[in-house]
Structures are given as C-alpha cells and as structure tokens.
Design a protein around this ligand. Sequence first.
Ligand code: SF4
Length: 145
Amino acid sequence: MTGTECDNMQAGPCGILCSSCPLGSGMVAELAERTRQLIKEYKIPEWSPFAPEGKEIDWSMVDRGLGWMIKYTCCAGCESGGGPPDCAIRSCARERGYDLCSSCPDLDSCTKFDWLRDASALKAILKENRGRSKEEYIKASRSPS
Ligand code: SF4
C-alpha cells in the first residue's frame, strides 16, 4: 500500500460514499504514485526521446504533476472540508441541519442534485434509507444484504 490512503468511511449528504469515489477512496493519488514508480523503474525518460514525440516531454514537469496529485488529490470528504467547494447540496443540507438529504421532505423535487450524473439513482437510494442515521446508512451501503 502507498502513503495515499484517504479517510473514506464517510458519505456526503447526497448519499455518495467517499469509498466509491476515485478521489475520496485515494485511487487517483495511489495511481499517481504507482505511475511515478513505474516511470522510474522502467527508465521511461531515458528511452522516450527515441519514440515519436518523446523528445518534447518535460519529465521533470510530469514528476512534479504526479507529486502534486499524490499530495492533493486525496479528498478529505464533505464532512472534513473536502468535496466540491461550491456544492449546493452540502451547503443546503448544512443550513437545514440534515446529515443526509434522506431526512429532507423536499428531496423528490430538489433540483440541487441535477448536476450529479446519477442524480435519480442517488435520490432513490436516499429514499430507501429514510429513517437511518448517516452511520447506519454507511454501514448498510458498505455491506448490502
Ligand atoms: S433541498 Fe433537501 S434534498 Fe435538496 S439539497 Fe437541500 S437538504 Fe438536500
């Protein structure tokens, strides 16, 4: 394992589990670290000039970019200051005092989910889990019966 593990035992108020997200699970950071290792292991900068367009690659910038990804793409999760900075769902749920939007009576008609790819599926899951605390929701979602 790498040093890029995120704290992924969380879920946003939208119901997305951090463990299911490539940023929240640490997958992106982990792959960046693995790629960095493979570049070194297979000495790619040494032979890349002999392959098409390989001469133009600035490998120090590639390394810098991968280093940045290892350090900064491990999302802290909505509960810990991570997630999309301007997420309307998170700020609305916080203002209304809901840990999960499943507690909200306006969930069906809510348009704040519209920007999410799986909006209707997420709403359906949240509705199925009405009455559950966030902890119970995470537990149930991680080990579906
Ligand atoms: S209106 Fe309700 S369902 Fe929509 S984001 Fe706000 S709390 Fe969540």
